[in-house]
Design a protein around this ligand. Structure first.
Ligand SMILES: [Zn+2]
Length: 296
C-alpha cells in the first residue's frame, strides 16, 4: 500500500540541519547505550534503535567501531527493557510511551547467530533491513571504506527469522548511495529490492532503510512510488512515523565511547567517510537541507 497523500508543513519533524542534534529543541541523545541514559535525555519518547553488527568490535576496526554492539551488551539492553517493563514494537505498531523498536541494517549473519537467540529468550521482535542482491554474500560495499568484511544472512536464515515472527525490510539491491545514482538506477535499487524480497520470501515488504542514511527529495519520491509504507533514516530523534512516514528517525545503538575526544574523533571519521562534495544530498547522513518532500 502506498503512503497516504499529504502535504507536510514546515513544523513537521524537520531533520537536523547539521550534525546530529537540533538546536533550540529539547536535547536528544546522540546514540544509545542503555535505557537509563536514554531516559535521562529523552524521557519516555519512543525511539527506533539501529544496530549493524552483533559482535565485539575487532581491535583494528577504527571508526567502524560505532557499528558493533557485543551480544553481551545487547542482552543487557534487552534485560533492562524487560525489567523496566518497556515494550518492543515493530514498524506499523502504534507508538506508545515506554516503548521502542529494534532495527538491524544490512542483515549480517551475526544478527541471526547472536541477536536472534537473545531476542527469542526475551520474546522481543525486530526488523532486519536486507540488501536483496547480497543474501548469503558479504558486505562488499564497505570494502572501499576499509570496514571489516562480514558474511550476510543466507536465504535459509532469513526464512528462519521470518518464521519466528520477526520482520524484514528492504535496504536496496546492492547498498549504493542512492543520491549518487541516476533516477532510473535508484528506482531499480528501491523497487527491485522490494520485489526481489517479496518474491523470494512470500511476505509483504513494507519498510525501507536508506543506505548510509542518504536521501534527497526525489529518492523519497521513488520510495513512495515503490509502495513502501515507511522508510528509516539515521537522523536521531523520536520515533514519529506519523510526521513523515518516509523519513523516520533512528538512534544508533553503539558501544559506549571510551572518552569524549575519542568519541568525537570516531564520529567525525564515520561521517567524513560518507560525505560527498557537490552532491545534492551531501549533508552528514542524509539530506537535512532539502525541502521536506511531499508524499504522493
Ligand atoms: Zn546499510
Amino acid at each position: 500500500m502506498a503512503a497516504p497523500a499529504r502535504n507536510l508543513k514546515e513544523k513537521d519533524s524537520l531533520p537536523p540541519r547539521q550534525g546530529f542534534c537540533q538546536k533550540n529543541t529539547v536535547s536528544f541523545p546522540l546514540f544509545y547505550t542503555s535505557l537509563r541514559e536514554y531516559q535521562y535525555y529523552a524521557g519516555e519518547t519512543p525511539v527506533a534503535l539501529m544496530y549493524h553488527h552483533l559482535e565485539r568490535c575487532p581491535v583494528t576496526c577504527g571508526p567502524a567501531r560505532a557499528l558493533f554492539v557485543s551480544p553481551k551488551r545487547f542482552e543487557r539492553q534487552l534485560a533492562e527493557l524487560q525489567k523496566a517493563r518497556w515494550s518492543v514494537l515493530l514498524p506499523g505498531d502504534t507508538p506508545q510511551s515506554r516503548s521502542l523498536l529494534l532495527t538491524f541494517d544490512d542483515g549480517y549473519q551475526s544478527v541471526f547467530t547472536q541477536a536472534f537467540p537473545i531476542l527469542e529468550r526475551y520474546r522481543m521482535r525486530a526488523i532486519v533491513f536486507l540488501v536483496a542482491g547480497h543474501l548469503g554474500n558479504r558486505n562488499l560495499w564497505d570494502a572501499r571504506l576499509g570496514y571489516p568484511e562480514r558474511r550476510l544472512m543466507s536465504k535459509e536464515e532469513v526464512l528462519g527469522w521470518i518464521g519466528a515472527g520477526h520482520a524484514i525490510g528492504a535496504h536496496t539491491i546492492s547498498h549504493p548511495d542512492l543520491c549518487q545514482l541516476s533516477r532510473k538506477q535508484a528506482r531499480e535499487e528501491i523497487c527491485g529490492s522490494k520485489k526481489a524480497l517479496e518474491d523470494r520470501f512470500g511476505v509483504p515488504v513494507r519498510y525501507f532503510a536508506y543506505p548510509y542514511g542518504r536521501w534527497n527529495p526525489w529518492v523519497v519520491e521513488l520510495v513512495a512510488e515503490a509502495g513502501f509504507e515507511g522508510a528509516f533514516t539515521v537522523h536521531p530523534g523520536p520515533y514519529q512515523p506519523a510526521s513523515h512516514p518516509l523519513l523516520i528517525n533512528r538512534l544508533a545503538a553503539r558501544p559506549r565511547p571510551r572518552n569524549v575526544p575519542s568519541y568525537w574523533k570516531g564520529l567525525r571519521a564515520f561521517l567524513g567517510a560518507h560525505l560527498r562534495k557537490n552532491s545534492p544530498g551531501n549533508e552528514p547522513m542524509g539530506g537535512g537541507r532539502h525541502e521536506i518532500p511531499v508524499i504522493r
